[in-house]
Design a protein around this ligand. Structure first.
Ligand code: BGC
Length: 744
């Protein structure tokens, strides 16, 4: 090597040594950046380097956007650095702690209303639609897709994971949730959370807990006994947290047995952090904090968007409380450590490239979710699937000419391409804030494309006579009926609004070959059901909803969804025929609103368990859903012992490929409530059969014993039913189970 080269090498070596030396010293200075350490250890190390004000900064949240049209301080500009999501917490640059940029929600990167005007994202079908797929892979893929979009837009927290159980089929936010069963909801929402977090974005799980109606949500007091709460609402959270390990839990607005959820020592400290060993952080819902000391000591780790609360509770008052020892300094450390721990666990401190959004691929994820989530409720005489050689098709109502409806509120997504239509809401407190938004995926255009030789007419449905005339002319009629649901208010009734029941009845009277496609946020009653041979529940079907509906109608895709929520025949069948608090008037954030109780005397007997225990016949049962083939069940083998294991065969006996969701229910020896203990979704070609296994989580066989405390499985014979819905039992058996008590 010549001298020049030798010198060059020496110089390069010195530079490298300097860089390496810097790396070593940086590592020494920031030992928490060592990714080989556990998230807990890294958070412990980092907390030691933080000053009091830095810890306080982490636990005090800001609104990250501007609420135009609202009074100060809500209309204040967002803090510098916030990119326009619902929440923002400043980072600590000195220590390499990133800011938290939080965006709603679970159905896509929400950008409706005040948030980031002009922004667009891919809307998934509603939570109920996704839950109707009963397919954990669909839930995971949806979570991964919206997590990727969130990351591309610069967000590192998604306010997703909505898993409040449907105790009332009029709850205005059921469309964001996953139905009435704790196992189904918990498994699916857990997978959605996992999908989000695998993209390096923290997901919340919300709203913890018993936020089961919107009427008076800021002030209501849910009354329910502990065992029932553990077996229902809390079990859904527990299962989802175990599967998804969300970085944060959002506590709810309401009170439970007297205390507000965001200062609920029992709920947050005893159950969540104690019994379940939850290691992430608890953030408040926006406007859900009511105190400093009680909240901090009661388990709240972060006040979100403090301007939404009556006071800046986790600002100066928290500092004073820590200084005086009312909130122990160790508790503040715990609050900040939990946030840091989730940042490390999910990878928020790792630099990641901001990838472009693949809109076509993401829309395909939404379409698949819609296709698996559409439920064929009725199909008399196999009216569906429709033949593509039809000549005259009448499409009526539901703005099917332009797009598909979506649910409103903080979860509102404005789709790529912009809304097809935005209409003012009719009545209710939400009208001041939210609109009826239609995503640009026209069912009419998709139907026309599927039946190229047909004359496909469209009539709005506003003019009954015109709709009837169009129906008379057609070989087949497809009526689109809609029910808009939104955060802040519940459905006034189970009826379809705006005279649509009369429209459907008149159209079906004019043409007996009438198919009803429901775009609803909740179950609805169907006074016209005897007159309509076919009904599809399409829910809010998301970015490519129109295409998905057409694919199901024409049989390009066989329906495979099943109901995750019971469709009651009337309000009179419900535990609370009238939504509690309906007679009162509420303000947006509670203020001095009248507190009131919502008793849940049905306890664990919610949803299908309520209907069964009261021998009520619903309109459509939990788990119900038809397809274009038939399935036969046989060969049940059931084993007992510590839990129930079953094996059985499902055979496609028809002429089309389709998927079946085979469900397994068990009843304890005491004759208690029959519960879903597992399911399998399987796609079978004509004539094909498959042996399927289900092994139950023993907690689903147990009653919660508050004295133990724990899950107590009674010894004895458990009866088992396997079938196509909660009421369509095809195979039955029974097994002996041993007594045991499992940790809470
Ligand atoms: C909702 C939450 C949402 C938050 C932030 C609240 O009103 O209840 O679900 O994440 O607002 O927008």
């Amino acid at each position: 090597m010549d001298r020049f080269r030798r010198n060059l090498c020496a110089a390069a070596g010195a530079v490298l040594a300097t860089i390496a030396g810097f790396e070593v010293s940086a590592q020494e200075a920031r030992p928490w950046s060592d990714t080989s350490l556990t998230p807990d250890r890294r958070a412990d190390l980092l907390i030691q380097a933080m000053g009091l004000d830095e810890k306080l900064q982490l636990v005090r949240g800001h609104f990250g956007a501007t609420m135009k049209g609202l009074p100060p301080p809500l209309n204040a500009p967002p803090p510098p650095g916030a990119i326009g999501g619902a929440g923002y917490e400043a980072g600590v640059e000195r220590l390499g702690i990133p800011a938290l940029q939080e965006s709603d929600a679970g159905l896509g990167v929400a950008n409706g209303g005040h948030l980031r005007p002009g922004d667009q994202a891919t809307p998934l079908p509603s939570g109920l639609a996704q839950a109707s797929s009963w397919n954990p892979e669909i839930a995971y893929a949806g979570g991964a897709m919206i997590g990727r979009e969130a990351a591309s837009k610069g967000f590192n927290v998604l306010l997703a994971g909505a898993v409040n159980l449907a105790r009332d089929p009029r709850n205005g936010r059921n469309f964001e949730y996953a139905g009435e069963d704790p196992l189904l909801a918990g498994v699916l929402v857990g997978q959605a959370i996992k999908g989000i977090q695998d993209q390096g974005v923290v997901s919340t799980i919300k709203h913890f807990a018993a936020n089961d109606q919107e009427t008076g949500r800021m002030v209501l007091n849910a009354q329910i006994d502990e065992a029932a709460l553990r077996e229902t609402d809390l079990l859904a959270f527990q299962i989802a947290i175990e599967a998804g390990e969300p970085g944060a839990v959002m506590c709810a607005y309401n009170r439970i047995n007297g205390d507000y959820a965001c200062e609920h020592d029992f709920l947050l400290n005893k159950v969540l952090k104690g019994d379940w060993g939850y290691r992430g952080w608890v953030m408040s819902d926006w406007g859900g904090v009511h105190s400093t000391v009680k909240a901090a000591n009661g388990g709240l780790d972060q006040q979100s968007a403090h301007s939404f609360d009556r006071e800046d509770y986790f600002g100066a008052p928290l500092k004073a409380a820590v200084m005086s020892g009312e909130v122990p300094p160790a508790r503040l450390d715990d609050m900040a450590r939990r946030i840091l721990r989730s940042m490390f666990a999910v990878g928020l401190t790792e630099a990641k490239p901001r990838l472009p959004i693949d809109q076509a691929a993401n829309a395909a994820v939404a379409q698949r979710a819609a296709e698996e989530g559409i439920v064929l409720l009725k199909n008399q005489g196999d009216l569906l699937p429709m033949a593509s050689r039809l000549k005259r098709i009448a499409v009526i109502g539901g703005h099917a000419d332009v797009g598909v409806l979506s649910g409103a509120g903080s979860s509102q997504v404005i789709a790529f391409g912009g809304s097809a239509l935005e209409l003012p809401a009719k009545g209710g407190p939400a009208a001041a804030l939210f609109k009826m938004v239609y995503h640009p995926s026209s069912p009419l255009l998709a139907i026309r494309a599927a039946a190229p030789g047909a004359k496909v007419t469209f009539t709005t449905g506003d003019d009954l006579a015109a709709a009837v005339a169009a129906a008379r002319e057609a070989e087949i009629v497809i009526v689109f009926a809609e029910q808009w649901q939104t955060e802040i208010q519940d459905a006034p009734s189970l009826n379809l609004p705006d005279g649509q029941d009369a429209l459907i009845a008149a159209v079906a009277g004019a043409n007996p070959r009438t198919v009803v496609v429901l775009e609803t946020g909740n179950p609805v009653t169907m006074p016209w059901l005897d007159k309509t041979p076919a009904v599809l529940a399409a829910w809010y079907p998301g970015a490519r909803g129109g295409q998905a509906i057409a694919n199901i109608l024409f049989g390009k895709v066989s329906p495979s969804g099943k109901l995750p929520i019971t469709f009651p025949a009337s309000e009179a069948q419900l535990p609370r025929p009238v939504v509690p608090g309906s007679e009162l008037t509420f303000t947006l954030f509670g203020g001095n609103d009248p507190p009131f109780d919502v008793p849940y005397p049905e306890g664990s007997a919610m949803g299908y368990k309520w209907f069964e225990s009261k021998s009520l016949k619903p309109l459509f049962a939990f788990g119900h859903g038809l397809t274009y083939t038939r399935f036969a069940y046989d060969g049940l083998e059931a084993r007992g012992g510590q839990t129930i294991s079953v094996t059985f065969t499902v055979r496609n006996t028809g002429a089309r490929a389709a998927a079946e969701i085979a469900q397994v229910y068990a009843t304890p020896p005491s004759g208690g409530l029959r519960r879903l203990i597992g399911w399998r979704k399987v796609t079978l070609a004509p004539g094909e059969s498959r042996r399927l296994d289900v092994v139950a989580d023993p907690r689903l066989l147990a009653a919660f014993d508050t004295a133990a405390p724990g899950w107590r499985v009674a010894k004895g014979a458990y009866s088992i039913s396997v079938g196509a819905s909660s009421t369509d039992t095809r195979l039955s058996g029974s097994v002996e189970i041993a007594a045991q008590t499992l940790k809470p």
